[in-house]
Design a protein around this ligand. Structure first.
Ligand code: AMP
Length: 602
């Protein structure tokens, strides 16, 4: 590859970040020395709160520092912005405590601030600048929402190489060491703002989301609010509702909720919560569970729907993976076990599984986790048509992308001026049964048969774009053809049809291939034998001549027979080849003698 080579090489070396842009928290990581790792900020924190504070002086604070301002400046601190990017049309009644219009920012711009912060954390940790990333989004995000996420990345100075569904990422983190297995997995994701349930199938390292369901307005925030309101009810008479007080109450409620995940009871203290009185109360896990149970129960119907949409029974699942901070709540775990009739898999850190999956995907795209797994693969073989209308596969189906492969081709007839390269996709032996993706004509200087040398290279990049490069090695002229992924990315049904047809027709296809190859050989042999017999007939005995002529007649007859008998034609070619062996040797000897005479050596 000429001009493109340096660019390609460079891009393989620069790391690609894996980013989980979460509702509550975000994470960033990279594959380092073959291992997916998450990167920490100056304080050693890997979780960056997805909070952005817009100060009156115009400065912007992101992360934990912004989170701390939330209680003091609820109207200037944007949290859970993903709920706004991700809002499904007409759904949900979540009203944020801030107004983006008042702050003159869009959800995309707020998300971009978070991404800028993650990029800075990564650049500091890696001591180099980075410009590429993989970002995860909920499986139900539509095109507009995915694009909005991509735009946020671009605003932050990142090229988004891939948008990955969160459950796929979680399954990737879970399944990295189980890739050879075939498994059905449910990913139960209860985060800060949203609930998602997905059923996936993992087959030889390829993940397919079979179904997704969920509630974009259900998560840990709702639990905090339920708890805060219940506390407020006890003291409401003495305290009029006010925003700042509610904000600090929410912070206290969240902290208490987290403590109750590991402790049986806890104390909530709010000194001078209304300016005069302090609040202090004891809360048991049992009381807390009673309070939040109705919220958790809302996940049940979504789980059942996802299972039925996927056509999977709970007992057919190999694992139920928990993702999202709220799945640390013991009641949630018990409830999941009840719905699915099995203990959930808690091998993954629920806060980090999605981010790790994004990092793994980034590692695959950057080439640093090359042989680890098949994630994005070529669904069908890619190749070109060669002499006689045969399919010559260059990249077999199921090859992991990005990938590159090439082969050398030559001219089939003398004085050919160019070569038509038809790029094909499919599993059939004959070119005509496969799909044509494109064609390109490669010129070369005319010469004897077999004199041209045209190197054809197929390269598929991480985005699934196929580039076909044909180089005439005599003149070093390159001809390039680019084919977009839309053509390569065929839908599953057509892939299956192509594969089943190739199996169905395997026998006749193979016969046709052998026939074509034998026919090409006959077409090469017959004229050569004719020439030899006319020009050098004196070099053979009558007997020999008869044997050769019979063998040639046999080949000719089979070649023109109505039915293609590949096996017999191949055998007849071999007999003719054998019959002319002696003659060939004598011709070579004679040619050598003549050459010596010409050069005056004898
Ligand atoms: P995520 O959106 O996945 O980052 O999840 C964040 C949510 O998980 C927030 O609502 C947190 O309050 C909640 N969370 C985090 N840790 C815990 C914990 N130990 N117990 C209960 N909830 C938690």
């Amino acid at each position: 590859m000429t001009n493109d080579e340096p660019r390609l090489t460079a891009s393989y070396m620069s790391p690609i970040l894996g980013i989980d842009l979460g509702t509550t928290n975000s994470l960033v990581g990279v594959v380092d020395s073959g291992f997916p790792i998450l990167l920490a900020d100056e304080q050693g924190q890997r979780l960056t709160p997805s909070a952005v504070n817009y100060a009156t002086d115009g400065s912007i604070i992101v992360g934990a520092a912004a989170q701390r301002k939330r209680a003091l400046e609820p109207r200037r601190t944007v949290t859970s912005v993903k709920r706004l990017i991700g809002r499904r049309g007409g759904e949900g009644d979540w009203q944020p405590p801030y107004n983006l219009r008042e702050l003159s920012v869009s959800p995309i711009e707020v998300s971009a601030e978070i991404l800028k912060r993650l990029k800075a954390i990564a650049e500091r940790a890696l001591e180099q600048s980075v410009s590429r990333a993989v970002i995860t989004v909920p499986a139900y995000f539509n095109d507009a929402q995915r694009n909005a996420t991509k735009q946020a990345g671009e605003l932050a100075g990142l090229t988004i190489e891939r948008i990955v569904s969160e459950p796929t990422a979680a399954a990737l983190a879970y399944g990295l060491d189980k890739l050879s297995e075939r498994q059905k997995i449910a990913v139960y994701d209860l985060g800060g703002g949203t609930f998602d349930i997905s059923v996936l199938e993992m087959r030889e390292g390829v993940f397919q989301v079979l179904s997704t369901a969920g509630d974009t307005q259900l998560g840990g925030d709702d639990i905090d609010r339920a708890l805060a309101e219940s506390i407020l009810q006890g003291v409401r008479a003495a305290s009029p509702h006010d925003e700042a007080r509610m904000a600090s109450l929410l912070v206290a409620a969240e902290a208490a909720k987290k403590r109750l995940s590991s402790e049986a009871n806890t104390r909530i203290e709010l000194p001078f919560y209304d300016g005069t009185n302090s609040l202090s109360l004891e809360l048991t896990r049992t009381e807390f569970e009673k309070l939040i149970r109705p919220l958790i129960e809302r996940t049940r119907s979504h789980c059942l729907r996802a299972l039925s949409d996927a056509g999977v029974k709970p007992e057919e699942l190999d694992a139920v993976i928990l993702v999202g901070g709220s799945t640390r709540i013991p009641l949630v775990r018990r409830y999941v076990a009840e719905i699915f009739g099995r203990e959930p898999d808690i091998s993954q850190n629920p806060d980090e599984a999605v981010a790790l999956g994004a990092v793994i995907q980034a590692g695959i795209l950057s080439g640093s986790l090359k042989n680890v797994l098949l994630l994005d693969v070529t669904p069908l073989s890619l190749g070109i048509e060669t002499f006689g209308g045969l399919m010559n596969t260059i990249i077999p189906r199921n090859t992991t992308i990005p990938c590159k492969a090439g082969e050398m081709f030559t001219n089939a007839v003398a004085n050919q001026k160019d070569m038509l390269i038809r790029v094909l996709q499919g599993e059939r032996e004959l070119a005509k049964d496969n799909w044509e993706l494109g064609r390109v004509i490669v010129p070369f200087p005319p010469g004897p048969k077999g004199s041209a040398r045209v190197g054809v290279q197929f390269a598929i990049d991480a985005n699934g774009i196929l580039q076909v490069l044909a180089r005439d090695t005599a003149t070093n002229t390159d001809t390039v053809l680019e084919i977009q992924d839309t053509a390569i990315d065929v839908d599953d049904e057509r892939v299956e049809q192509m594969i089943s047809e190739s199996v169905e027709h395997a026998f006749e296809d193979m016969n046709e291939r052998v026939w074509t190859e034998a026919k090409l050989k006959s077409e090469e042999l017959l004229p050569a034998v004719d020439v030899a017999l006319t020009q050098f007939g004196d070099a053979v005995s009558d007997d020999e001549r008869r044997v050769i002529e019979t063998a040639a007649a046999n080949v000719r007859a089979l070649l023109h027979a109505a039915e293609h008998d590949a096996k017999s034609l191949k055998a007849a070619n071999a007999t003719l080849d054998d019959a002319t062996q002696e003659l060939a040797v004598r011709l070579v000897e004679r040619a050598m003698e003549e050459s010596l005479v010409r050069r005056g050596l004898v």
